[in-house]
Ligand binder design. Structure first.
Ligand code: F6R
Length: 247
């Protein structure tokens, strides 16, 4: 692993995804060792899959317990029926929750099935505050610069709210849903300000397809055109990439 302090965000270039996932799993384990009630912020998508596999494997080996921890996911699709296999709730069950020992009530995703989703988005903010705020937020990067589902145009003051998904985001999700028409058009996402309120942020990016957005994150002007650039204003953010995403 090579650490570069020349970038506006401390950047770690790992020899492989696995090396990166182990390093982040170590940090998560240290958080829990120091404070078993730690609060984590989770992302979904292809980027964190290996990290969750690593956490599950450490739990399986009796080396890691989330029994007193809690967590909040970044986002969830709106307008899907409850239990839909491509909801982020189902995804988290498949990739993490069914393999580790979180108490169900301590795992949170935006309540997209509430009678009033606008209110549910606001309550999500209060639930994060009541839990004491997020200690460590795991983030992936959208190819258009989104973080969570804060698409280009999202300002740094945004909080958890209903958003329209960008066409490029829906296109990226089309292969999962089978067709573009089946991809939801809306979601509830933590806002940029919600994400920046986490005490530590760990951004992951793997593969050649992420090289351009990694470059934008580090070198473009900080602006809502590329919401990921707002991460540069966070005091404790780190970027972890593999050699391909480092470009
Ligand atoms: C997922 C999320 C998104 C993804 C991003 C990258 O909860 O909020 O911002 O992190 O779209 O997705 P992948 O990892 O599939 O390339």
């Amino acid at each position: 692993m090579i650490r570069s302090s020349r970038n506006p965000i401390p950047t770690f270039v790992h020899a492989s995804r696995v090396e990166c996932e182990r390093a982040l799993a170590d940090e998560i384990a240290e958080c829990i060792a120091r404070s078993p009630r730690s609060v984590f912020g989770w992302a979904t998508g292809s980027t964190p899959i290996g990290l969750y596999r690593e956490l599950a494997s450490r739990h399986g080996a009796g080396r890691l317990s989330f029994a007193r921890a809690s967590c909040f996911n970044l986002d969830e699709y709106l307008d899907l029926p409850a239990g839909h296999p491509h909801s982020f709730a189902a995804w988290m069950d498949e990739h993490l929750f069914s393999h580790v020992d979180f108490v169900r009530e301590n795992t949170h995703l935006p309540d997209v099935h509430a009678p009033d989703p606008v209110r549910a988005a606001r309550s999500y903010e209060s639930a994060i505050s009541r839990a004491g705020g997020i200690e460590l937020q795991v983030l992936g990067l959208g190819r258009n610069g989104h973080i969570g589902f804060n698409e280009p145009g999202s300002t740094c003051e945004t909080r958890t709210r209903i958003v329209e998904l960008a066409e490029s985001t829906r296109l990226d999700a089309a292969h999962t849903f089978g067709s573009l028409d089946d991809v939801p058009r809306r979601a509830i996402t933590m806002g940029v300000a919600t994400i920046l309120a986490a005490r530590r942020i760990r951004v992951l990016a793997f593969g050649r397809a992420k090289a351009a957005v990694v470059h934008a994150l580090l070198h473009d002007a900080v602006s809502s055109e590329c919401p990921a650039t707002f991460l540069r204003e966070h005091p404790a953010v780190e970027l972890h990439v593999d050699v391909e995403a480092a470009g």
